[in-house]
Design a binder for this molecule. Structure first.
Ligand SMILES: Nc1ncnc2c1ncn2[C@@H]1O[C@H](COP(=O)(O)OP(=O)(O)O)[C@@H](O)[C@H]1O
Ligand SMILES: [Mg+2]
Length: 227
């Protein structure tokens, strides 16, 4: 489903962000990406979603050769990928329901489709009772669940979570990870970028460890080990 082939990324001559990355991810895998700050994790994600171009190498996602996509082709391609971040990125003046509905409106969905779909997805992430609360009225874990719901509106083949629990306490973190596992079980590939050792070690899933732009370990049922 995803394949990085000899991918190198140099932002400027002094720093090589990624060096000769070879990585394959199969449909429906749950993969954690770990590594120190500056290891190249976010660059890997940016190349995968076409936000940056590799200096060398090829990146495939399903039938797409991502490094060859033109600017105009990116929006359709990106629908295959949902992404959430540490800082949630919700619209502060819209309720949980409206944050999701707005993304569907932008997408050109009809009101009746929106009215049918938003309650379903709120239920899936366990937020039906918080639908009409604004972000400032929600806990961090609830905000992240709204962000995840919004990321799922195109029924993406891949969900990328870049430090999704970075702002959350252990209980909320565990709930978000349980939700990511449920989404994975329902058939979505998940890439989890995280610094959280306890989470990674409790998952018993594949772990790709990065250091200094390289993949230094790649193990099924991996542990959180930094260089
Ligand atoms: N836009 C950029 N311009 C120049 N250097 C960058 C840029 N983005 C990242 N880097 C550098 O690339 C390396 C990898 O960064 P990054 O992918 O953000 O790592 P991580 O997400 O693992 O912390 C670092 O040395 C970082 O300073
Ligand atoms: Mg990063």
């Amino acid at each position: 489903m995803i394949s990085f082939q000899n991918v190198t990324k140099v932002y400027n001559k002094k720093s090589v962000a990624l060096e000769e990355i070879n990585l394959s991810i199969k449909p429906n895998e749950f993969v954690s990406i770990v590594g120190k700050n500056g290891a190249g994790k976010s660059t890997l994600i940016k190349l995968l979603i076409g936000e940056e171009k590799p200096s060398k190498g090829r990146i495939y996602f399903d039938s797409y050769e991502v490094n060859k996509l033109k600017l105009g082709e990116l929006p359709v391609f990106r629908r295959k990928i949902g992404i959430v971040f540490q800082d949630f990125r919700l619209l502060p003046t819209k309720t949980a329901y409206e944050n999701i509905a707005f993304a569907l409106e932008v997408d050109g969905k009809s009101q009746s489709e929106i009215e049918e779909f938003v309650p379903q997805i709120l239920d899936m992430v366990g937020l039906s009772d918080r639908a009409f609360n604004f972000p400032h009225e929600l806990s961090g874990g609830e905000k992240q669940r709204v962000a995840i719901a919004r990321a799922l509106i195109h029924q993406p083949a891949l969900l990328i979570a870049d430090e999704p629990t970075g702002n959350l306490d252990p209980i909320n973190s565990a709930e978000i990870i349980r939700l990511l596992l449920k989404i994975n079980e329902l058939g979505t590939t998940v890439m989890l970028v995280t610094h959280n050792k306890d989470i990674v070690n409790s998952l018993h899933k594949r772990v790709v460890s990065m250091d200094n732009g390289r993949i230094i370990r790649d193990e099924e049922n991996g542990k959180y080990v930094l260089a």
